[in-house]
Design a protein around this ligand. Sequence first.
Ligand SMILES: [Zn+2]
Length: 350
Amino acid sequence: MTLPTTMKCLVKANAEKGLWMEERPVPTIEPDEVLVKIERTAICGTDMHIYKWDDWAKANVPVGLVTGHEYAGYVAAIGSGVRRVKVGDKVTGEGHVVGNRSRNARAGRFHLDPDTKGIGVNLPGAFAQYLALPEFNVIPLKDSVPLEIGAIMDPLGNAVHTALSFDLVGEDVLITGAGPIGIMAAAIAAKSGARRVVLTDINDWRLDFAKKVAPETRMVNILNENLRDVMTEIGMNEGFDVGLEMSGAEPALNQMLDTMIMGGNIAMLGIPAKPFPVDLGKVVGKALTLRGIYGRQMYETWYKMLALIDSGLDMSPMITHRFAARDFQEAFDLMETGKSGKVILNWNEL
Ligand SMILES: [Zn+2]
């Protein structure tokens, strides 16, 4: 197969709201790299920050960058040193490209490497017909895994890594924040043996949607229901054993601290938009453990999520909308309404 010399891609071409479809050269690959022909991509909250060009994006993302980091496709070419994958393989990939100098990277704790760069954030991204990435980052997919499921494995990895931070078997789990990762975490917690799973938010649309993905979960709109009453209703006597904080919101974290059991464990993935007060006396007095979560473990989390999918974890209800890549503007407009699950772009439709 001969490769084209140019490709279409979505570029942060101007320092203002929006993304622009441009023609760029197809990336060249180094001996240890793989060229992926992108088939499907998903839009992430991170992409929305870049699209809207908020303060975080201005500080972190270079103008002119090809965006996007949630993707699946087929291997189109391999570098001379690549051994683990071959042309034609169905693949997705880890979007964090790690260095090889830091203490953590040298110790194999790749997800804790401070030199990490992100595809579609600091490095050329996957909203493109072709993506070059290190062989190390490539994840082969079984035939049974649909491309669009491959395209949502980046956030699924966040959900798996957070949910499996602590033992869930027989435990009562509180998840705060019904964004895509919170919803996926609810389904994972149920499949991983949790007794009760409660998901809180203040948005009825999100909680209704979550019910389709994680039907075993007790959804709670904390504007309408008292969480303590719900705990009694579902047969909880003391407090939540495990908390998964996915919202980054002050009331959510404080309510979690209030309703945890003595000695409970909290994993925190939600990023607060700005600092807020927390009563650390509760953390001490209740002997709680708080653990910050970043990204996903390379590549143990990937192993776990592929195994969970293989054993029946069905994430297909997470995908609510599909667009041709040429209609990307419609897709971003929809994402801005907040009334969507994962939104897929098809890169064969340009
Ligand atoms: Zn993402």
